[in-house]
Write a protein that binds this ligand. Structure first.
Ligand SMILES: [Mg+2]
Length: 209
């Protein structure tokens, strides 16, 4: 369907695409530090009250996030340490790092980042994984008060950067996100394994070896 030369824009997801993450490190890190805290209950409270969603859509400040949890679980930890545990949950996807570094040298392609994230997480990533800074054009959920898979954030991204959906491919690990993007005519690649990714991307763009 798509000619190899058709793609001009590549939109990258961040979490579990360019860098891996596991919020389990946050839950267990706080639980270990607080001794009497149950990590599973701590996690359940956050999910049940949609605090995670409120953070990434910019509807809850991290100070208030911390205050709510401090009150509920009688936390002793200070705010800065809390934020450190909250943020230190990422590790690099070396394969995607290599891909991004190579593709960024091909002037034909414009690169974009579209991430459900918040300020502590993106700051942590910018500081610890500087290769991410290759991508200057970004739509970050907490700044636009929208999040994937809401179709609106994909439309916003197309409009903001004046992208034609048929010239654009989204690389994301979450299928729901891909389905929303597809409804707008955006090409998609499901990032599930790097081997599969390599074969799919080489069908869409001139191979980057
Ligand atoms: Mg992801």
């Amino acid at each position: 369907m798509n000619k190899k030369s058709g793609i001009k824009n590549i939109i990258f997801d961040l979490g579990n695409t360019l860098v891996y993450f596991d919020l389990g490190y946050f839950y267990s890190g706080i639980a270990e530090r607080e001794k009497r805290l149950n990590a599973a209950k701590f996690k359940k409270f956050i999910i049940k009250n949609r605090l995670d969603i409120k953070l990434i859509t910019g509807r809850l400040s991290h100070k208030d996030f911390f205050k709510k949890l401090k009150k509920k679980f009688d936390l002793k930890i200070g705010y800065n340490d809390f934020i450190y545990f909250y943020s230190d949950i990422f590790w690099v996807n070396e394969n995607m790092k290599r891909f991004l570094e190579k593709i960024s040298r091909v002037k034909k392609y414009k690169l974009y980042l579209l991430s459900n994230t918040d300020s502590p997480h993106i700051n942590f990533i910018n500081n610890n994984f500087p290769f991410i800074k290759i991508i200057k054009n970004r739509v970050l959920s907490y700044k636009v008060n929208m999040a994937k898979p809401d179709k609106k954030i994909f439309q916003y991204t197309l409009d903001k950067f004046k992208l034609l959906p048929e010239e654009t491919v989204l690389i994301d690990d979450i299928k729901e996100n891909l389905l929303s993007a597809q409804k707008l005519g955006i090409n998609t690649i499901h990032y599930s394994s790097h081997r599969k990714f390599t074969s799919e991307i080489s069908r869409l763009i001139k191979s980057v070896k």
